[in-house]
Write a protein that binds this ligand. Structure first.
Ligand code: IPE
Length: 260
């Protein structure tokens, strides 16, 4: 089984509220169909989630009742994005089924506390493609908070031990520094978790983008420690996802899984 995350920046325009990149999503759906693999799909929230979530400080937990509408609106919008993703998959005759995190998992101070894995397992065993996504969720200590697609990737990797974990990004993979701001950034074709360890320290002085990337590197380290290989690839380029899924050589970053 392959566990794939379509990042919010590849399926939406992160700078524009509710901007779905339909053409890219449709091509990625057709690549998934063509590869014909067993898959659990996770997608990010992009501009359907982050803007509203920030506006209402949802990740900081419950402060006052004015946030409740913000929580509902954010959930409605990520669910809407999820419907667009599902429609694209259905157009390719992929039997995709939505599993909304807020209904099957609970956090406790941002950490996983309860999760229904069985629902994923049952759909998978029946031949469906389960699709889940970054969502607002209940949080035991904070009242509510946000469950990112990356956290879902970690939890599902731990439980299902997939053949490979794939992150579909709007960049070719991992660089030694932020390629959008540093022209000396070097592309990393292959890495071990030990090499990623060093990368985190060198990524510290870059603010926003690397912060997102740094979080992702933490997630990848945790997945690598399970002994599972992770591949990061660019979803903007034709067939990178397909080639990666079928094991053909293409440009991407391969992080070798090593049990510690
Ligand atoms: C965020 O999910 C969820 C919400 C803001 C509600 P992700 O963190 O997985 O989304 P992307 O991939 O960064 O857009």
């Amino acid at each position: 089984m392959f566990l794939i995350k379509l990042g919010g920046s590849i399926i939406t325009d992160k700078a524009k509220k509710y901007a779905f990149k339909e053409e890219i999503m449709d091509r990625l759906s057709s690549e998934i169909k063509k590869a014909d693999k067993e898959i659990i799909l996770v997608h990010g929230a992009g501009s359907f989630g982050h803007i509203l979530a920030k506006q209402h400080s949802l990740n900081q937990g419950y402060k006052d009742d004015t946030q409740l509408q913000g929580f509902s609106d954010t959930h409605a919008m990520v669910q809407q994005l999820n419907s667009l993703v599902l429609a694209s998959l259905h157009n390719q005759d992929i039997a995709a089924v939505s599993i909304p995190p807020h209904a099957i998992l609970q956090l406790d101070d941002h950490k996983p506390s309860k999760m229904d894995y069985n629902i994923f397992k049952e759909y998978l065993n029946k031949g469906f493609t389960p699709v889940t996504f970054g969502d607002v969720v209940l949080d035991k200590t904070l009242g509510f908070s946000i469950c990112s697609g990356d956290l879902l990737m970690q939890l599902l990797a731990e439980y299902f031990n997939p053949e490979k974990v794939l992150f579909v990004l709007d960049e070719d993979g991992i660089y030694t520094s932020n390629p959008k701001t540093d022209k000396n950034a070097e592309f990393i074709e292959k890495a071990t978790i030990y090499e990623l360890e060093d990368l985190t320290t060198s990524a510290d002085d870059h603010a926003d983008v690397t912060k997102g990337m740094q979080g992702k590197i933490e997630t990848i380290k945790n997945i690598s420690r399970l002994g599972i290989d992770t591949i990061l690839l660019n979803g903007n380029i034709n067939n990178r996802l397909y080639d990666t899924l079928v094991g053909r050589k293409t440009k991407n970053t391969f992080v070798h899984g090593e049990k510690r």
